[in-house]
Design a protein around this ligand. Structure first.
Ligand SMILES: Nc1ncnc2c1ncn2[C@@H]1O[C@H](COP(=O)(O)OP(=O)(O)OP(=O)(O)O)[C@@H](O)[C@H]1O
Length: 625
């Protein structure tokens, strides 16, 4: 008999941003409504603009990973925004796609679609089956599905519609579990469809003023792929795909909701508000506690936001003026969600011989909460975590020989000892594993420092040939320029400069650059170049008046703060406010160290001019000038 032992690639967690796409649905004017034209329009495949409500002669511009215009087909949305993340779930990683946006903006259309225009969900499931067919030989695959809705803060099983509110739990590996939720094994797309279509009809929908068939709940479809290697050690990887159709945010002055609709709406808005708080808290980087537990929705999406999943958010928006404020706030939510960083990793177990465990203890453990099979699995996970010193894990634990020896010796002892003694030894094993982890981290730190120094050395030699900014962000333009490539990390609201396209329908010609329209957005504006061109123009040549060695010393000091400084220390630098300091921390999180000071130009909103101002202010301040 064999038990399964968890393998972790925790040390290799690579940060990845939540990808944000925006989809604009076609204009749908009703015969009795006056046709005011759209308030928002796309500029290209990543940019869009919306009228500035404070001044209709201006617009506000946004940049996203993808923009899907009115004409974009379901197939195109799937191919560009969803298909690329699916292969991860066949490799034991988690992925999630969720549709966000105001009521009636097209979330259900995007996720479910219709039989003529299938949406993301049927396409993604079909693709998972296709991927499995073409995968490497030597693995067996098992695919399963669960489907639930969160209605009025209750978790309801859509595959078993008479079920009660289900609890949400988290295991020690931070996997979110729903004990009692139906899990069906499916062997083909048609089998999936057979369960999915009737289950979708169980979802709570109702007619509101803004949408004839409005979803009154958040729907979450979970597709779980488990692949098991045919040969020893029978590696097993589990990847989960969450496909989420959120209920829409609602302004009840416009929906005219009353009674039960109003209660539903309250629950929907509250959970979306918590979602927004979670995003703010993740972005602030300083919050002690991310409020995931404040709503069932955020608890369930915990892994997708700031967790271990590859996440894509499709923000649906509507072009009509009556949706203006919903659209505006959805775009701002989308813009801030782009800053969230997840760290996906592979969930893998291996088969190893079972250690002798007393039956009585098994029975006792099974008394707690959760269903029997689930408890058993949780217990197994717990046990495998403790037993992670078993022989098979050695293959993957490069560490100091002395620590390794201790582990092997401990294991040998464990195999032959009683339960009571084992517990004490397990503690030692845990301690040893901690030491290994610490050693690995120290090693990594050492290597990156060594690399940094060697790069610095190399850089000095070639400093003259290298351009200072490798990824010049296009400065805000006041006249027509050839558009340069937008910065990859661009994540926040871009205030519009002078519009270079036709003005939006029924708007006067744009006269001046836009301003950010809310105080909050105004704060963000320290990341973008001021539109009026008042930025200091740097007098050139000031560096040449300084002593070279002192100059170099100051540069090194600044670089050190950039690479190792805390939020507070970063804010201690001249020209670095709270927002910029957080962006620097975020950049470090994703890319590691700044090799040279000029790399600061890669941080969101740090234009060449801003960089010059930053350098001058900090060097002069370091020299006490
Ligand atoms: N891209 C699109 N092309 C054509 N029709 C669309 C598109 N997007 C949405 N629609 C139509 O707009 C209407 C509202 O869309 P949908 O029900 O998907 O909105 P929703 O955001 O899910 O709303 P709610 O939050 O109230 O459930 C539907 O009739 C839908 O068919």
């Amino acid at each position: 008999m064999a038990q399964r032992v968890a393998q972790s690639d925790g040390g290799n967690k690579k940060a990845t941003r939540v990808r944000v796409a925006v989809r604009l649905r076609p204009y749908m004017s009703k015969p009795d409504e006056k046709d005011e034209g759209p308030c928002v329009r796309g500029l290209d495949s990543q940019n869009l603009e919306i009228v500035n409500w404070r001044n209709a002669t201006e617009t506000v511009k946004y940049h996203f990973d993808a923009f899907h215009g009115e004409q974009t087909t379901q197939q195109e949305v799937f191919l560009s925004s969803v298909k690329p993340i699916l292969p991860h779930i066949l490799k034991g990683q988690n992925a999630s796609v969720f549709a966000y946006g105001p009521t009636g903006a097209g979330k259900t259309h995007t996720m479910m679609g219709s039989s003529e225009q299938p949406g993301v969900i049927p396409r993604a499931v079909r693709e998972v089956f296709n991927l499995v067919k073409t995968e490497d030989e030597g693995w067996d695959y098992s695919i399963g599905m669960s489907y639930l809705e969160i209605y009025n803060e209750k978790v309801l099983d859509l595959l078993s519609p008479n079920s009660q509110d289900l609890p949400i739990r988290e295991d020690r590996d931070r996997n979110i579990l729903i004990p009692g939720l139906t899990h069906m094994t499916i062997s083909s797309f048609s089998e999936f469809d057979k369960h999915f279509v009737p289950a979708s009809l169980n979802r709570t929908t109702a007619s509101t003023k803004l949408n004839q068939r409005s979803s009154r709940s958040h729907a979450v479809l979970l597709i779980k792929v488990v692949r098991t290697q045919r040969i020893l050690p029978h590696r097993q990887q589990t990847g989960k795909l969450y496909l989420v159709d959120l209920a829409g945010s609602e302004d009840n002055r416009r929906t005219g909701n009353q009674g039960i609709r109003l209660k539903e709406s309250g629950a929907i808005n509250l959970s979306l508000f918590t979602l927004s708080k979670v995003v703010d808290s993740l972005n602030s980087g300083t919050a002690v506690r991310v409020p995931y537990r404040d709503s069932k929705l955020t608890r369930l999406l915990q892994d997708s936001l700031g967790g271990s999943a590859h996440s894509v958010m499709i923000t649906n928006i509507a072009p009509e003026y009556k949706y203006y404020f919903d659209t505006f706030s959805a775009l701002n939510f989308a813009a801030k969600s782009k800053l969230i960083v997840n760290k996906p990793f592979t969930r893998e177990t291996m088969a190893v011989p079972t250690l002798p465990v007393k039956r009585g203890r098994d029975d006792h453990d099974a008394q707690g909460s959760g269903t029997q099979p689930q408890k058993k699995r949780q217990k197994e996970e717990r046990k495998t975590e403790q037993d992670s010193s078993s022989p098979s894990t050695h293959i993957h634990s490069p560490s100091e020989p002395s620590v390794m020896d201790r582990l092997i010796a401990l294991e040998k002892l464990m195999m032959s000892c009683q339960e009571k003694d084992r517990l004490g030894m397990l503690k030692d094993v845990a301690q040893s594993r901690k030491e290994i982890q610490e050693l690995k981290e120290k090693q990594k730190e050492f290597e990156s420092k060594a690399m940094l120094f060697s790069r610095l050395g190399g850089e000095k030699a070639s400093a003259k040939q290298e351009p200072a900014f490798k990824n010049n962000i296009a400065p805000l333009q006041r006249k027509q320029l050839t558009a340069s490539k937008p910065n990859k990390q661009q994540a926040v609201v871009q205030p519009l400069q002078v519009s270079q396209l036709q003005p939006l329908q029924q708007l006067a010609v744009v006269k001046k650059q836009s301003v950010c329209v809310k105080r909050k957005e105004r704060k963000l504006s320290d990341q973008v170049e001021p539109p009026d061109g008042k930025e200091n123009i740097m007098e050139s040549g000031w560096e040449s008046q300084l002593d070279n060695s002192m100059l170099e010393q100051s540069r090194q000091k600044i670089l050190q703060v950039l690479n190792t400084g805390s939020l507070k220390e970063l804010k201690g630098l001249q020209q670095i406010g709270d927002k910029k300091a957080k962006l620097i921390l975020g950049w470090r999180e994703i890319h590691g160290h700044f090799t040279k000071l000029e790399d600061l130009g890669k941080v969101e909103g740090m234009t060449e001019k801003r960089f010059s101002t930053f350098m001058k202010a900090n060097i002069l301040s370091a020299m006490g000038k």
